[in-house]
Design a protein around this ligand. Structure first.
Ligand code: HEC
Length: 465
């Protein structure tokens, strides 16, 4: 024991550990720091889990179109602890997104972004945005059908941005369609570029937290005034401050350990998400869907009327980013307590409600056929008689419309067939209808040759013209 202590003293003397870290650990913090202050450090804990498991996964993962899917299958099913490892990385990502969202809401509701902590907020917003990007790029690395189609859909939508859309889509895909280059690009972003940004911004964010000190819990009727705040804050710390370690930090440690335990338990019990089929460019995916934390956004894209889709796609995220970034510029003083800021509380409530609603819609919609589908209106079909019109009726009667959308009518279980006439030949259609598919029933025993002809006449009429 004595020897250990002496060894530590020698090391400490040569490296200066306690001289540097001591003041950081013991710096005074407001006395009434409570449990809701642990969300930021818990996000950091989750990020560290991601770095460690990410490195472990990268030891086995091969980022090439021929191998990516197979190496993940290997990791999941054959490598020792591989399933748990993938599980931790997945649930760690989920935890990180959830915690960062809660942390932001907490900081916003308590007005902790106000003077002098505006830069804390701005660096935090950047961290929030790059966290979403890193989560999204991670999903593609599975390189299964869902991942590839999620990216294809994203690139297609990015392509609609005016003027620069084509360039953005080209940049995302590293080419005109998805390929090995796409995978390399997302891999480089996921493991080098974005983590580097996160490290830098976490460093700045933490330094700012130390520099300005942790915000004291707000008190209604005590507004922030930039002229007096600093003096007041330091006097308050002198009077009643407590050392960060251990008075406040034990909560961070306890909560962080709890979070990591929860992540590991979920990884062991629930495991990582199943891989979809390997990507197949000839199959349109029935439902390209991202992981749960982005599902609500894709649901919004699926639900809004097609006419508004472009505008929403571009201006939705842009508006959200701008709003988040201007917050500290428009309100960096005044009341901090949420009991005096009804609009702040209301806006957080509205955002939560919106995300929850969309999320539920996203969970439900693509999975269940839409049994409320009605006969396609005549202006969609284009004629009221003849084989095409008969086919349109069969399209409903045989249940096709429960799963397939035509011009905005019908379910979303299967691919949109609005322009199927451009895409598939008569032979391909016949084959598909008679044999079905992974998520489509075979109709061979359920349809007469005459009905098949009419149905195909209708499908063939679905062209852009
Ligand atoms: C239970 C839902 C469901 C029903 C009912 C259904 N489909 Fe499908 N359909 C799908 C899915 C899902 C796919 C995607 C292929 C797969 O999953 O293998 C698909 C694929 C197709 C395709 C190929 C689309 C493409 O772009 O490659 C055609 C054509 C098609 N269906 C036509 C029909 C017709 C005609 C009917 C009615 C006779 C019908 N489907 C009924 C779910 C359904």
């Amino acid at each position: 024991m004595d020897r250990l202590r002496r060894a530590w003293e020698v090391l400490d003397d040569r490296l200066g550990v306690s001289k540097t870290l001591g003041p950081v650990l013991r710096h005074p913090v407001p006395p009434s720091a409570r449990w809701y202050y642990v969300l930021g450090s818990a996000t950091l804990f989750a990020f560290i889990v991601q770095v460690v498991t990410g490195i472990a996964l990268a030891l086995m993962y091969i980022p090439s179109t021929n191998n990516a899917y197979q190496t993940l299958q290997f990791i999941t099913h054959d490598a020792p602890f591989g399933r748990v490892l993938r599980g931790i990385h997945y649930w760690g990502a989920s935890a990180m997104i959830l915690l960062i969202g809660l942390h932001m809401a907490r900081v916003f509701l308590m007005g902790a972004y106000k003077y002098p902590r505006e830069a804390n907020w701005l660096t935090g917003v950047v961290l929030f945005m790059v966290t979403i990007v890193i989560a999204f790029t991670g999903q593609l690395l599975r390189w299964d059908q869902t991942a590839v189609w999620t990216v294809a859909v994203t690139a297609e939508q990015a392509g609609r941005i005016p003027f620069i859309g084509g360039a953005v889509a080209h940049f995302l895909l590293a080419g005109d369609t998805w390929s090995g280059e796409t995978l390399s690009r997302f891999y480089a972003f996921h493991v080098f570029f974005i983590p580097a940004i996160i490290f830098i911004f976490v460093g700045v964010h933490l330094w700012l937290v130390l520099h300005h000190g942790i915000s004291e819990p707000p008190v209604a009727g005590r507004p922030v005034d930039p002229k007096t705040y600093r003096t007041w804050y330091h006097a308050m710390l002198e009077r009643e401050g407590r050392p960060f370690w251990p008075d406040a930090a034990w909560r961070d440690v306890a909560f962080g350990v709890g979070i990591i335990t929860a992540i590991v338990l979920l990884a062991v019990i629930v495991g990582p998400p199943e891989l979809d089929r390997p990507p197949d460019p000839t199959l349109l995916n029935a439902d390209p869907r991202p992981d749960w934390y982005l599902l609500w956004y894709f649901a919004a894209l699926a639900l809004i009327p097609p006419k508004l889709e472009n505008a929403f796609m571009i201006f939705g995220p842009l508006l959200a980013a701008v709003v988040l970034l201007v917050i500290p510029f428009v309100s960096n003083r005044g009341e901090r307590s949420s009991s005096r800021r009804p609009w702040a509380v209301a806006s957080v409530g509205v955002v939560c409600l919106m995300i929850a609603t969309l999320w539920i819609a996203g969970v439900r919609a693509p999975w269940s056929p839409d049994f409320s589908a009605r006969l396609l209106p005549e202006q969609v079909v284009g004629t009221a008689s003849g084989p095409v019109a008969v086919g349109a009726r069969l399209f409903l009667d045989k249940g096709c419309e429960y799963c397939h959308t035509v011009a905005g009518h019908g379910g979303k279980r299967g691919p949109d067939l609005t322009y199927v006439g451009d895409r598939l030949s008569v032979d391909q259609m016949t084959w598909r209808i008679l044999n079905g598919g992974t998520n489509m029933p075979a109709f061979a025993n359920n349809i007469t040759p005459q009905q098949l002809n009419d149905l195909i006449a209708f499908l063939k009429s679905r062209t852009r013209r």
